[in-house]
Design a protein around this ligand. Structure first.
Ligand code: C5P
Length: 285
């Protein structure tokens, strides 16, 4: 195999509960991850030496600040291969809570492993990914999964009935570390819909869309809304335009609205686009 092209799917969190701060500074979570159709695209080919990363689409760094570069560098130093050329077409909004960087890192682990026949299993790739970022192991596995610990202890769940989504990202990005520091300062108002993980798991197992919809929620939403009130405004706007639910993605600031069907999602998105150019229609995988 000389050239390999892979999609790198983004994610949302159907439920996200923060259980507490750990002695290493990370936070223990219990979260239901869900892959979405919105994806970056990466192409891998061999080169004589080093790691060459070229990017198109949304602007991203081309050096070691890029998580895809770091993923390739990690496999190169630990398992050895001459060199890889990566082209990344960046489409997932950055610093949004959609795991765009983690998805690129995961695709790179999978792509480099296949291109150079390194022989690593998906489980080994997920463990390599955990060293790069908390969401990388999920992005290696994909689909629907329950994440514990930092999010790296994964149990697979059955696929979801398709949910049509309207993703809305404000013009600013958010630092995940800053949001968790905000949580340490006080989790924020718990008036927002609390995630109901047990109900979500039960509903996912039964394929019960209404049950899934009723259980969505994210503990970090109150924190990010306190730091950036515009996130709350986006939630309200999505609901006012007809979304059935609107919940923040990961640590934010992007929010996903769930629409009844694809046509409704496109109609809601066309209204939101006037204010928020980074509004995207997608669906769960
Ligand atoms: O693992 P990742 O690099 O994505 O995490 C970025 C930052 O977010 C960490 O340095 C940490 O401050 C915070 N974090 C956390 N608990 C998690 C995941 C991330 O405190 N479970």
């Amino acid at each position: 195999m000389d050239v390999l092209t892979l999609p790198a799917y983004g994610k949302i969190n159907l439920t996200l509960k923060v259980l507490g701060r750990r002695s290493d500074g990370y936070h223990n979570l219990s979260t239901i991850f869900q892959s979405i159709a919105l994806a970056d695209r990466l192409t891998f080919s061999r080169c004589r030496e080093g790691i060459r990363l070229e990017t198109s689409g949304l602007p991203v760094p081309q050096g070691p600040e890029n998580l895809a570069y770091r993923a390739a560098a990690r496999l190169q130093s630990r398992y050895g291969f001459p060199g890889v050329r990566i082209t990344l077409k960046k489409q997932i909004p950055l610093a949004a809570g959609l795991a765009g960087g983690s998805a690129d890192a995961a695709a790179t682990l999978i792509g480099v492993n296949a291109l150079f026949n390194l022989g690593l299993t998906p489980g080994q790739l997920a463990r390599e990914g955990a060293a790069l970022g908390s969401d990388v192991p999920f992005c290696v596995i994909g689909g629907t999964a329950l994440g514990r610990g930092r999010g790296e202890e994964l149990s697979l769940l059955p696929p979801l009935p398709t949910l049509w989504l309207v993703l809305v990202k404000p013009s600013f990005g958010v630092s995940t570390a800053a949001v968790y520091r905000g949580w340490d300062a006080g989790p924020g108002q718990t008036t927002m819909e609390a995630p109901d993980e047990e109900r979500a798991l039960e509903a996912i197992r039964r394929g019960d869309r209404a049950g899934i919809m009723a259980s969505l929620g994210n503990d970090l939403e109150a924190v990010t809304c306190r730091l950036y009130p515009e996130v709350m405004a986006i939630k309200m706007r999505l609901l006012a335009e007809g979304a059935e639910r609107a919940v923040m993605c990961g640590s934010g600031p992007a929010v996903f609205g769930v629409a009844a069907d694809g046509e409704t999602a496109r109609r809601i998105a066309s209204r939101l686009q006037e204010t928020y150019p980074e509004t995207i229609v997608t669906r769960t995988l």
